[in-house]
Design a protein around this ligand. Structure first.
Ligand SMILES: Cc1ncc(COP(=O)(O)OP(=O)(O)O)c(N)n1
Ligand SMILES: Cc1ncsc1CCOP(=O)(O)O
Ligand SMILES: [Mg+2]
Length: 538
C-alpha cells in the first residue's frame, strides 16, 4: 500500500495514484491504492492531500537571505513544498559574497535525477546556474522529466555586485533555457545582458526589453524595475506575448532587500504549483514580496548594508485557501438583511439557499445590522461557504472581514481606499472595487484589486442615488481594464442574457441582490438565474 497522512504525502506511487478534485479546490487529493512493492506503514486508506511542489535549482546562500534558502522560505510561506538541487555553495552575508564553490555538473545531474524521478514536482524554478554544463544538464533533465511550468530567474550578479554566472552563460540561456521557460524574471541588468548589453533606463526601455526577451522564446517575461534610476516607485513590466501589464507600487524604504529576486520568482512558482494562471501568479507573488518587504522594514540581521527579507511574514499569512478564480464571479449573490427579514429568513438561511441554487460567490452586504451580529453572521456563513468551496466577501467592512477571516471584501469609491484595504488584508484576500469609469478601473488595478463590480447597469431600488451607467457604461469599463468584471444593478432573469451577450471577455458574471433575496424562494430564483446564465454562455 502507498499511504498519505494528513497533508503530507508519505509515499507516493504515481503509477497507481488516483487523482480527483475536492470542493473545486485545486489541491489534488490522492487515494492510497494497492502497491505490492511497499508494505509499511499501514494507516487508514483515507483520501490524502498532495501538497503543491516546487523544485528549486539554485545556489546556497550561507546568509540565507537569497538563493536556495530564500526559495525554501518563500515556498513554505506560500504553503508549497520545496525540494532543492544545489548548483553552488556560496559564502556570503549581509556585507557581500566572500566565496563561491561550484557543484560538479555530474552531481547536479544526480540531484536532479533523484528529485525529478521520484517526487514529481509541479514546477521547477531556477536561480544561480553557474556553468554552461549545469544549464545543459538541467535542460536535458527537464526534457527527460517534464514539469508543469519552468520559472527562470536569470541570476547573474549578486545584490552586492559579485558575479554569480559569467557572460559565457548567456548563449546557453538564450539558446536552451529561455525557450523552455514559462516565465523569465530578469532585473534591469540581467535583461540588458540577455539583450547584448543594451542600456535599459526607462519604463519604455522595459517594455522594449520584455518584448525582445519574449522573442527569445519564454512564454512570459517579467522585467523588474527595482534598479530604475529616476523612479521613486517600484515598477515592473509583465508581457505575455500579447499584452503588457505595468505593476507600480510605492517603494518600501528598507535596507532588508537581499533575496527579493529569488523570493519573487519562487513565489510565482509556488502560485503556479497551486494552480494559478500566470498573470494571477505574478500579481499574488508581487503582493507577497511587498508584504514581506514591509514586514522586514525594521529587522536587524548582520552588520552589512543589505539585510535579508523576512519571508515568513511572522507566520501571519493564511495561504491554504484556494486562489481567486475570475469564474467565481459568474453568479454573484449579494445579501440584504432588510429583504431577508421581510421574507422571514436569516442571513445564514439566505446564503445556504443561494449556494444550493448555484451561487458561485457570496457577498454579505448588511447595511443595517449591528457589528456583533454582522460578525456572527459572517462566521456562520463562512463555515457554509468553506464546505461548498464558495468564496465569501464582506461589503464595506474590512474589520468584519478580518475578524471573521472571510475571503475578502467589496468596497466602493467612497469606502476605504483599496490600497489601504490591501495593506490591511495582505496579499491573499480577494478585493473587489466598484467602478463606473475607466479612471476608477485604472486606480483599482493600481491599488491591487482582484476584480471590478460595475454598475448600476440598470435602475435599481436597492441602492439609493446610484447613477445608472447602462450597457454602454459597463462595456466601456470592461474594455478599459484587464481586471475581471461583474455587472451589478437591476439585474435578474429577464436581462442577464443581454449583459452576458455583450461579448467582452473579462465580463465574468452578474451580481444580484433583489432578484434573489427580495423573493419568496431564494433557492428557486438562484436556480432560474443560473439556467439563464448558462444558456447565455452556450
Ligand atoms: C459586486 C458589487 N459591485 C458593486 C457594489 C457596490 O459597492 P459600493 O459602491 O461600495 O456600494 P455599497 O454596496 O456599499 O452600497 C457591490 N456591493 N458589489
Ligand atoms: C449595491 C449596488 N451597487 C450598484 S447597484 C447596486 C444594487 C444592486 O441591487 P439589485 O440587484 O437589487 O438591483
Ligand atoms: Mg460600499
Amino acid at each position: 500500500m502507498a499511504y498519505f497522512c494528513t497533508q503530507i504525502p508519505v509515499l507516493l506511487n504515481p503509477g497507481v495514484a488516483c487523482i480527483k478534485s475536492f470542493h473545486q479546490y485545486r489541491f489534488l487529493h490522492i487515494k492510497a491504492m494497492q502497491d505490492d512493492k511497499v508494505s509499511t506503514p499501514t494507516p487508514s486508506d483515507e483520501c490524502m492531500v498532495r501538497v503543491p511542489h516546487v523544485l528549486t535549482v539554485a545556489g546556497s546562500d550561507s546568509g540565507a537571505g537569497a538563493g536556495i534558502q530564500a526559495d525554501l522560505k518563500a515556498c513554505a510561506a506560500r504553503g508549497v513544498y520545496c525540494s532543492t538541487v544545489i548548483t553552488a555553495v556560496t559564502a556570503q552575508n549581509t556585507v557581500g559574497v566572500q566565496g563561491v564553490n561550484i557543484v560538479p555538473e555530474d552531481f547536479v545531474a544526480e540531484q536532479l535525477r533523484s528529485v525529478l524521478s521520484d517526487m514529481h514536482p509541479d514546477v521547477v524554478k531556477t536561480g544561480m546556474l553557474p556553468s554552461i554544463g549545469i544549464v545543459k544538464t538541467l535542460c536535458q533533465s527537464l526534457k527527460e522529466f517534464p514539469v508543469q511550468a519552468l520559472v527562470v530567474d536569470p541570476v547573474m550578479v549578486s545584490t552586492s555586485g559579485h558575479t554569480l554566472a559569467g557572460p559565457s552563460i548567456l548563449d546557453s540561456f538564450r539558446e536552451e533555457l529561455l525557450p523552455m521557460a514559462d516565465i523569465v524574471t530578469p532585473n534591469l541588468k540581467e535583461a540588458s545582458a540577455l539583450l547584448g548589453g543594451v542600456p535599459l533606463e526607462t519604463i519604455a526601455d522595459m517594455h522594449y526589453a520584455a518584448k525582445a526577451i519574449h522573442d527569445i522564446g519564454p512564454r512570459n517575461v517579467l522585467v523588474k524595475g527595482g534598479d530604475l534610476p529616476a523612479s521613486l516607485d517600484a515598477v515592473d513590466v509583465f508581457y505575455d506575448g500579447k499584452d503588457f501589464y505595468v505593476f507600480q507600487s510605492s517603494r518600501i524604504m528598507t535596507p532588508n532587500t537581499h533575496g527579493t529576486g529569488c523570493t519573487l520568482a519562487s513565489s510565482v512558482a509556488a502560485e503556479l504549483a497551486k494552480g494559478s494562471q500566470m498573470l494571477s501568479a505574478v500579481k499574488v507573488a508581487k503582493r507577497y514580496i511587498e508584504a514581506a518587504l514591509s514586514y522586514s522594514k525594521n529587522i536587524a540581521i548582520g552588520g552589512g548594508r543589505q539585510g535579508p527579507v523576512d519571508h515568513l511574514l511572522k507566520l501571519k499569512s493564511n495561504v491554504q485557501r484556494r486562489p481567486f478564480d475570475p469564474c467565481d464571479l459568474f453568479l454573484y449573490a449579494v445579501t440584504d438583511s432588510r429583504m431577508n427579514k421581510r421574507w422571514g429568513r436569516s442571513i445564514v438561511d439566505a446564503v445556504k439557499a443561494a449556494i444550493e441554487g448555484g451561487a458561485t460567490i457570496i457577498q454579505l452586504r448588511e447595511k443595517e445590522v449591528e457589528t456583533s451580529d454582522f460578525l456572527e453572521a459572517a462566521k456562520a456563513c463562512l463555515k457554509i461557504c468553506r464546505v461548498h468551496g464558495v468564496p465569501l466577501l464582506i461589503n464595506d467592512r474590512i474589520d468584519v472581514a478580518l475578524a471573521s477571516d472571510a475571503d475578502g471584501v467589496h468596497i466602493g469609491q467612497s469606502d476605504m481606499p483599496a490600497h489601504v484595504a490591501r495593506a490591511l488584508l495582505g496579499p491573499d484576500k480577494i478585493i473587489g472595487v466598484s467602478c463606473k469609469t475607466p479612471e476608477h478601473a485604472l486606480q483599482a488595478w493600481i491599488d491591487g484589486a482582484d476584480y471590478i463590480g460595475s454598475g448600476g447597469v440598470y435602475p435599481t431600488t436597492t441602492k439609493e442615488n446610484n447613477k445608472t451607467i447602462g450597457l454602454d457604461g459597463l462595456k466601456t469599463v470592461c474594455l478599459s481594464s484587464k481586471l475581471p468584471v461583474v455587472a451589478i444593478g437591476g439585474i435578474g432573469t429577464s436581462n442577464a442574457q443581454a449583459i452576458m451577450g455583450l461579448g467582452v471577455p473579462n465580463l465574468k458574471g452578474v451580481a444580484v441582490v433583489s432578484a434573489l433575496f427580495d423573493r419568496e424562494c431564494v433557492l428557486t430564483e438562484t436556480r432560474k438565474l443560473l439556467e439563464v446564465l448558462k444558456e447565455s454562455t452556450k
